[in-house]
Design a protein around this ligand. Structure first.
Ligand code: FES
Length: 105
């Protein structure tokens, strides 16, 4: 079947989306609107962006569907947000999850 006769869109669907600006640890970057915070961060940085709350171990998203809680981050000042379940919004401020007992920075 040729592309011309196919019902499938061969264009990159993300290329047609609007973009929003998200800030991670003070560094702004653009991502397609509508993707999750986890997807945005996975595409933006090679660094870990989660810590376990109790032990400060480095964590990373695993299930990407709200089950494992390995993707917790701080979003707009609120801790313990699941990055895989939160869609990005323009101006969103995302930070690494702080260990329990750490002072706010
Ligand atoms: S990646 Fe598993 S809950 Fe977010």
């Amino acid at each position: 079947m040729s592309k011309e006769n196919s019902r499938f869109s061969w264009e990159n669907p993300l290329a047609t989306l609007d973009t929003v600006t998200v800030t991670f640890e003070g560094e702004p970057f653009e991502v397609p609107a509508g993707i999750s915070v986890a997807a945005a961060l996975l595409g933006h940085t090679d660094e870990h962006f989660c810590h376990s709350a109790a032990e400060d171990d480095e964590r990373a998203p695993y299930c990407l569907m709200g089950v494992c809680f390995e993707c917790l981050v701080e979003i707009d000042g609120v801790q313990n947000r699941q990055a895989c379940l939160e869609p990005v919004f323009d101006g969103m401020q995302v930070k690494r999850q702080r260990k329990v007992g750490d002072e706010e920075q």
